[in-house]
Write a protein that binds this ligand. Sequence first.
Ligand SMILES: *[C@@H]1O[C@H](CO)[C@@H](O)[C@H](O)[C@H]1NC(C)=O
Length: 360
Amino acid sequence: MRLTTSTAAGALLLATTGIQADIVMENELIISNEVFDLNYAMDSEVEAVRQRNETQFYCIFRSKWTVEDHPEHFPKLARFSTPVLFSHTKQYTPFLKNREANYGIEIIAEEGFTSKMQEQLDQAGDMVLDYGEARGFYLNRKHYDLNIAYFPPVVVTDDHPYLSGIAGFDPSPDWFTGFYMMDTRDEYSGKFWSHFKVQSYPWDAGTDGGTIYEDVDHELEFPEPVHRITPENAQNKIFVSPMGDEVLPVAEFECILHVCPAEEPGCRKPDWPPKNGCDVLLYPECDNYCDPEVDEVCERCVRESILDPEILYYPDCCAAGREPKTGKDCAGRRSGATSLCVGNVVSWIFLSSWIAFWMM
Ligand SMILES: *[C@@H]1O[C@H](CO)[C@@H](O)[C@H](O)[C@H]1NC(C)=O
């Protein structure tokens, strides 16, 4: 049965009759492409069965929520709240398409707090193995590369091979992004993936009736089922692509496998996250060179705002429109040379458009 109505009556019907709506099962598992896209995955040499070594995934949460891809009503100050990631058995699902959201999901989607979710995961006992949180962040709309967060390692085993991840949109009534039941093993080779990328989409937790990002609380008396936001059901076209025909991913989870020697469980991959906070999965070696295009050691720059990471490196702070933390400031460097006056003008224009942008 396809659930075409998202009214409270529909939800009630679903709840009282236990109809499984259109959850498609294949080998007892939910067909993942209705939930997320696994758009890159590479095998490791590590057989999942009877694995004695501890296997951990190190993941980065990357925002793809942009005003270019999701133009409608894009909030001025947009933030992802604390992204969470955990490993579990197939008996545990944090949320399911067309089922009512549990309280942990509701709180993440509405408030961005993860304590309820943590409680529920604790109570799930053996079904949940490991759990990690990354830092929520405000979107930097000038430097997209900074819109990432590092997860601590999450342990997986052959018994707990599934990963699920969630992060709330802030502001939003009850919208979140995430994926569930991502198998970290290649089902054909039986090996863990060594590296994969998951694209995740916006979802509506069905617990709040708000229709724009900034809506005040509008708790639904009869919660609706959790559903993925599509061009057909999007409120005020929020999240719909500029062409109006699709909803593009809003986040990406990229993970790499790390294997501990058998005698050293709980080992840690060194330099995670790297000191300069750069995206080492997107730009390998950027912990040594802050910019993959530039083959030089970097300068530490002054934070422009709370949207920046505390420690920020660029090959050339001034060229990146920032002030260096040490040495001559950008004005000092430019003084005296005509060509460098242009630099000042450029940075002035840069700054004014930055200010104008935020005041818009
Ligand atoms: C597993 O641990 C053993 C013993 O420490 C080690 O020799 C082996 O290389 C480890 N396997 C992997 C894939 O790291």
